[in-house]
Design a protein around this ligand. Structure first.
Ligand code: FAD
Length: 383
């Protein structure tokens, strides 16, 4: 792998950095306090092609490789993880999965809207009773003539109240466990589908996280995506690539922590000297820097594997595990550099700590990533 970015990759990274400085950074504190990002950001992301990265142009995508996608995700995560998550879900988990698994009709129906930002997608896997054990989900889709009738509920769904389409996982037939799960593209305005915003999150406060309840939601059989009973494979393939974008977002958090810590250490004086001159402060900063570099390299490795058509799932779990734990450490170390000022939301590092904390939980907890890596190494599944 060549670690030097191509001109195109560097240009798209710069475009994302400029976009963050112009459209995101000035609003970050306000959106965090209001518990809502301005939804107009979606069309702006779409206009620059950030919601169509890696999607073929014939479906409205902006093409590009997975390293470019990671560079943009990193810059967005450096600016605001709430915005980064909108892209990681609507493009990363939904549009990219439709591009891989959808029928021609489904691709034509949803991809141009999702890539332009006219529509938002959400990913409905987790339920109140099944998080890590997603293969045992209980939402049921029962065939009735040319339709399916869906009943159940979904928990912690990112973009839930903003979404126009839900990539929904439900049990079809009587087969227990993950073999009985199917994937559906459910229009979010389908009668019987209600959405409730979840308030009071520790971090990612600007993001629309929701609980979805489905009561006799009737959808045509044409909304089934991929073969019946293959929904869990759809979900796992989406999450493997999703972990790459979470890892990239975590690199962005850690880089933001590094930038803030270096800047503040240079400005703040104690005992008549810059705190940057103290070796224990330099240790905090160098620890953050090592975490940034290592997390970025692991993430780029995944992008390289995906672009070369190689198996990437274990590498994606490795990158997600390391980068998410690194983001938590980095943000926490940066807060230490800021002292008491780090604890107030006028300064950026407190939000980085809060936003980083969920990264070791969603798209597979750190424990689940370790089990995936352990299974790949030993050949024995702990699930
Ligand atoms: C802000 C936010 C956004 C989210 N967005 C989405 C979304 O868009 N779509 C979606 O479908 N889901 C989403 N989720 C859900 C997320 O993926 C789950 O929270 C996550 O998978 C963990 O499930 P759980 O919360 O039920 O925890 P549990 O599965 O109950 O886990 C609790 C603890 O037990 C541990 N544990 C569980 N099983 C094992 C095991 N076999 N071995 C060792 N330890 C184990 C876990 O690691 C964890 O420490 C989101 C969550 C949050 C908080």
């Amino acid at each position: 792998m060549n670690l030097e970015l191509s001109e195109e990759q560097d240009a798209v990274r710069q475009l994302a950095e400029d976009f963050v400085a112009r459209e995101i950074t000035p609003h970050v504190v306000e959106w965090d306090r209001a518990e809502s990002v301005d939804k107009a950001i979606v069309e702006k992301l779409g206009a620059l092609g950030f919601l169509g990265l890696t999607i073929p142009e014939e479906y409205g995508g902006s093409g590009g490789d997975h390293l470019a996608y990671c560079l943009v995700t990193e810059e967005l995560g450096r600016g605001d993880s709430s915005v980064r998550g909108i892209v990681s879900v609507s493009l990363g988990l939904v549009a990219k999965t439709i591009a891989s698994w959808g029928s021609e009709e489904q691709k034509r129906q949803w991809l141009p809207k999702l890539t332009s930002g006219e529509a938002v997608g959400c990913f409905g896997l987790t339920e109140p009773g099944t998080g890590s054990d997603a293969g045992n989900l209980g939402t049921k889709a029962v065939r009735d003539g040319d339709d399916y009738v869906i009943n159940g509920s979904k928990m912690f769904i990112t973009n839930g109240t903003w979404a126009d389409v839900v990539l929904l996982f439900a049990r079809t037939g009587d087969t227990p466990g993950h073999r009985g799960v199917s994937a559906f593209l459910v229009p979010a305005d389908a009668p019987g589908l209600t959405r409730r915003t979840i308030h009071g999150k520790l971090g990612l406060r600007g993001q629309a996280t929701a609980e979805l309840v489905l009561e006799d939601v009737r959808v045509p059989a044409s909304t089934l995506m991929g073969p019946e009973g293959k929904g869990f494979s759809v979900a796992m393939s989406a999450l493997a690539k999703g972990r790459m974008s979470v890892a990239a977002g975590c690199v962005g958090i850690a880089q933001a922590a590094l930038d803030a810590a270096v800047r503040y250490a240079g400005e703040r004086e104690q005992f008549g000297r810059s705190i940057a001159s103290y070796q224990l402060v330099q240790e905090l900063i160098s620890d953050i820097s090592v975490d940034v570099d290592a997390a970025r390299m692991l993430t780029w490795r995944v992008a390289d594997l995906v672009d070369r058509g190689q198996d990437f799932a274990t590498a994606a779990s490795t990158a997600k595990l390391f980068a998410s734990e690194a983001a938590v450490r980095a943000a926490n170390n940066a807060l230490q550099v800021f002292g008491g000022y780090g604890y107030i939301d006028e300064y950026p590092v407190g939000k980085l700590v809060r936003d980083a904390r969920v990264m070791t939980l969603y798209e597979g907890t750190s424990q689940i990533q370790k089990l995936i890596i352990g299974r790949a190494l030993t050949g024995v599944s702990a699930f």
